[in-house]
Every structure is written in C-alpha cells, then in structure tokens.
Design a protein around this ligand. Structure first.
Ligand code: FUB
Length: 324
C-alpha cells in the first residue's frame, strides 16, 4: 500500500515526479536516480541518469507498481547524457514522454518520445525539439486542447546561457537587483512533436505587480515548473532552488504574467526539491521527492506524495512533509 509521505518505491531511487491521471489511474513519470557515487557540484554532474521507469497506482491507497524501463539513453540518437526531469502528456491517441538531456556538445535540449501505452515503451524522435533548450519540461494540455510546454532551470540547467536566444557558455544570470529569469513557455504543435510558437519568458510579479528580483531567492524561479488549473485559474508552481521551497503564482492566462501567491512545500531532505500537482477524483495531491531513503545523498532521491488542500480563496495551504 502506498503511504503518505513515504517513498513510493524503495527498490530504486526516483525523483522529479510528474503525476497524471490516465485511463482512470495515477501514473508517475519520475527521473531514475542511479545508486552511484558522484561528487556534488553546482553544475549538477551528480545527476547522471540513464533511463526512465514509469510508476502507477490504481488509486492513492493502492500499492505502487514499477513498470520497468520505458526509455533508455542508448536509444536516443541525439542525447549523450543526463536524462533529467521528464513529463508525459496524452493527445492524438498517443502518449508523449518529454525529457531533457545533454546533447553531444554538452547543451541541454528537450526531446520527445511516443508510445501507445502510458507505461511505454516510448520511441524517441531522431532529434531534439527544434528551438528547445534547458531542462524540466512540463506539459499542460488545456481544456481547449491547446498544449503548452513550460521549461527552464538555472545553474546546471543552463537557462542563464540563453538570455540572448543563443547559447552563450560564459553568460551569467542577472544582478540581484534585476528581474529574475522566468521559466519559458511555448505552444506545442498539434502533433506535439515541435513548438508552434517560439519560447517566451514568463513574467512572475509580486503583490505590487513588480517583477520578482534575481536576489529574492525565496521567491524567484529556479527550476521545476508545473502548471495546473483550479477553478479556471492557472497555477504555476516551481522550485526556488538555493532556498529549497516549492512556491506558486497564479494567472488567468496560461502564458502569464503570473502573480506570486505563496509557499506550497517547505524544504525537504536533500538539495533539490521538485514536484507535481494532480487531481484524482475529488482530491488533490502533491507529488515530491526527498533524499531520506539514502540518508541525505543529493543524487539518490525518492518520490513521495501527500494530499494538497486549497483555502476558500484559492490559496494553497503550505505543506511541511515532516510534520507529525
Ligand atoms: O533530477 C535532475 C534535476 O534535479 C532536475 O531536472 C531538477 O529539477 C532537479 O530536481
């Protein structure tokens, strides 16, 4: 039986869960952390993953099933290393797995693979999505069937290096008093294999409508975007990286601007924090990870979940995953 705030599986390390309801069941698309020793650095070299497994649960109280390898690095023609946080989507009677990886030049790009089942296997396209860059794709298929990809991550995720639209290897982020870099959003083409519009930067603003600044590390965007809809409003949630929060901002438009609203998850054991939010029947759930199972190793994480609650005004109650 899956238990709240406990690792969903313990026979492998898993991270960066993207949860969806497909065919009436919960499917979780995590990164698959390897049990190897790597020195941790700000470039994220310790996150050296090579494949994806898909997990599922009949419902939140049922046991979690590992469906085995759904895609391996060796089968992706353009990708050289580091299969980081993936997401999945369903459209056109097809399941799509979106994933970031470094190409032969060491540049993070985003690829897509397709399958007929939510558990894969997934067949990758020959090349990465043209115009894609950085990490952490999250795909929203909206009620009007338009699909959007949100993506981007600082530091090892290389978002700083794309400020001009070109990859500049030595580029650094904005000064602390300048607006922070926002995640990117692009409309996906009808076949879900490419961008229908060039990626745009999403503005995240504070309660006065001013941009969140790069030095505001408790609120500024770092990585791991996720967009869900609640009562017609778009909720963009993300990791603040160096301060280790999952926070959120809301908008009436899927492409923003988004207004900062507050914290969803307090820091977990381990450096990274990464999540997704999904509705299953009448209830809402937060999927997240921490490094408790490995005794705190940053690159050996485990996916967990808990229930998420909204207040009457649409704000989300902050979750402390270790509260007893
Ligand atoms: O798992 C590798 C990276 O760590 C992800 O892409 C980030 O979001 C962070 O969780």
């Amino acid at each position: 039986m899956a238990k709240r705030n406990e690792p969903l599986v313990t026979h492998i390390y898993t991270a960066d869960p993207s949860a969806h309801v497909f065919e009436g069941k919960l499917y979780i698309y995590p990164s698959h952390d390897l049990d190897h020793e790597k020195t941790s650095n700000d470039n994220g070299d310790q996150y050296d993953m090579e494949d994806y497994h898909v997990l599922s649960m009949e419902d939140p109280d049922a046991p979690c099933v590992d469906h085995g390898e759904a895609l391996h690095l060796r089968d992706i023609p353009w990708a050289k290393q580091q299969l980081w946080a993936p997401d999945a989507a369903f459209k056109n009677d097809t399941y799509y797995l979106f994933f970031p990886a470094r190409d032969g030049q060491g540049i993070f790009r985003i690829g897509v693979a397709t399958g007929k089942s939510p558990t894969g296997p997934f067949k990758p396209e020959a090349d990465y999505i043209p115009g894609s860059f950085s990490i952490d794709p999250a795909v929203l298929v909206d009620e009007d069937d338009k699909a959007y990809m949100y993506f981007g991550g600082l530091w090892g995720g290389q978002l700083e290096k794309w400020q001009t639209g070109e990859f500049l290897p030595d580029a650094e982020g904005p000064d602390p008093t300048e607006p922070a870099l926002g995640p990117r959003v692009a409309r996906l083409s009808d076949d879900m294999l490419g961008f229908a519009s060039a990626p745009k930067e999403i503005a995240i603003v504070d309660e006065n409508g001013r941009p969140i600044l790069a030095g505001d590390e408790e609120r500024r965007y770092f990585e791991g975007p996720w967009v869900h809809k609640y009562n017609g409003l778009y909720y963009l949630s993300y990791s603040t990286g160096s301060t280790h929060y999952i926070v959120y901002a809301t908008s009436t438009n899927p492409e923003g601007p988004y207004h900062y609203r507050g914290r969803i998850l307090t820091p977990v054991i381990g450096w990274t924090t990464h999540h997704s939010i999904v509705q299953f029947k009448e209830r809402w759930y937060l999927f997240y990870h921490d490094s408790s199972l490995s005794g705190g190793a940053d690159n050996k994480r485990s996916v967990k979940f808990t229930e998420l609650h909204y207040n009457e005004d649409g704000t989300i109650r902050t979750i402390d995953p270790y509260e007893v």
